[in-house]
Design a protein around this ligand. Structure first.
Ligand code: NAD
Length: 296
């Protein structure tokens, strides 16, 4: 069974690595954060004292890091130390340009590589039900599939280098924009004297339907598991939504795509986070819209 190196054992990375251990893989982990070592060892991972030490014996390396600059720096460091023919998988959400640069670093050393960002959040990471959006060669995808199946339930090959990140920013641009539109509709309904449940019953079975209503309804009641029933505790924090919306705007600017709805959603989340709500679930933006301060 291939030995796996896992670099970046944060809110997402640790539960993902633990699912690999549960699937019978030998996993060696590394993270810079104090406390990461204890949590990794407690979960049955082996520990490495550096990224280089982590990858030396691994046939597969997974990185789960905050942003493009971290991925580029770590891949630059490990590419020369990885086993010949090893497969490098990056599951962080990063800009398309950095993802392509990372593929370039791996390719120059003859290594297989895949950008494989995820959707499904920390709950999906724990449950092993993530969706992986993959970019890279058919050979890299085939090699990665058994590994990704231990951490997710839907594994999609989106195309060549960077295609996974492209799919991720497109998906989350839709999510951000539909959440704002859904919140606006519930606030409008309140002003019109329309009951939340009545609006939910109509929208969830009509043409206004989306995941933002049916799974993640931003008002308390209709979907008992949504963060609205739990004080808007994330879930998916507004700061992370803002990160993804800014990545989609960056991608749109560099590709010459016109995305005014995406830009509007990014602007609203920017203001929501700036007022101190970065750690609130992203559906909590309904409170900000209800206050009406966005119109000023
Ligand atoms: P996190 O901040 O909890 O974890 C990132 C980890 O990377 C931290 O533990 C940090 O110490 C470590 N790290 C940073 N630089 C390092 C380095 N040079 N070497 C080793 N370790 C290093 O973040 P997270 O929530 O786990 O998210 C990870 C990625 O997944 C991000 O790109 C995020 O956008 C994406 N993502 C997160 C979610 C979510 O719900 N949290 C959902 C989908 C995608």
């Amino acid at each position: 069974m291939a030995a796996v190196a896992f670099i970046g054992l944060g809110n997402m990375g640790l539960p993902m690595a633990l699912n690999l251990v549960r699937a019978g893989r030998r996993v060696r982990g590394f993270d810079l954060a104090p406390g990461a070592r204890e949590a990794a060892l407690a979960g049955g991972l082996e520990w490495a004292d550096s990224a280089l030490d982590c990858v030396r014996e691994a046939q597969v390396v997974v990185t789960m890091l905050p942003a493009g600059k971290h991925v580029r720096a770590v891949w630059e460091e490990i590419a020369s130390a990885a086993q010949p023919g090893a497969l490098l998988i990056d599951s962080s959400t990063i800009d398309v340009e950095s993802a392509r640069a990372a593929h370039g670093l791996a390719g120059a050393r003859g290594l297989l590589s895949l950008d494989a960002p995820v959707s499904g959040g920390t709950g999906g990471a724990r449950a092993g039900t993530l969706t992986f959006m993959c970019g890279g060669s058919a050979e890299a995808f085939a090699a990665a599939q058994p590994m990704l199946e231990a951490m997710g339930k839907r594994i999609v090959h989106c195309g060549g280098a960077g295609a996974g990140q492209a799919a991720k920013v497109c998906n989350n641009m839709i999510l951000g924009a539909t959440m704002v539109a859904t919140c606006e509709a519930f606030v409008l309904a309140e002003k019109l004297g329309l009951d939340h449940q009545a609006l939910f019953d109509v929208v969830s079975t009509s043409s206004g339907q989306s995941w933002s209503t049916t799974t993640y309804c931003p008002v308390r009641g209709p979907v008992p598991t949504s963060p609205a029933n739990n004080g808007y505790k994330p879930g998916f924090a507004a700061a992370l939504m803002l990160k993804d919306l800014l990545l989609s705007q960056e991608a749109a600017a560099s590709a010459g795509a016109v995305t005014p709805m995406g830009a509007a959603a990014a602007g609203l989340y920017q203001r929501f986070v700036a007022e101190g709500s970065g750690e609130v679930d992203f559906s909590g933006i309904i409170g900000f819209l209800r206050e009406g301060t966005v119109a000023e």
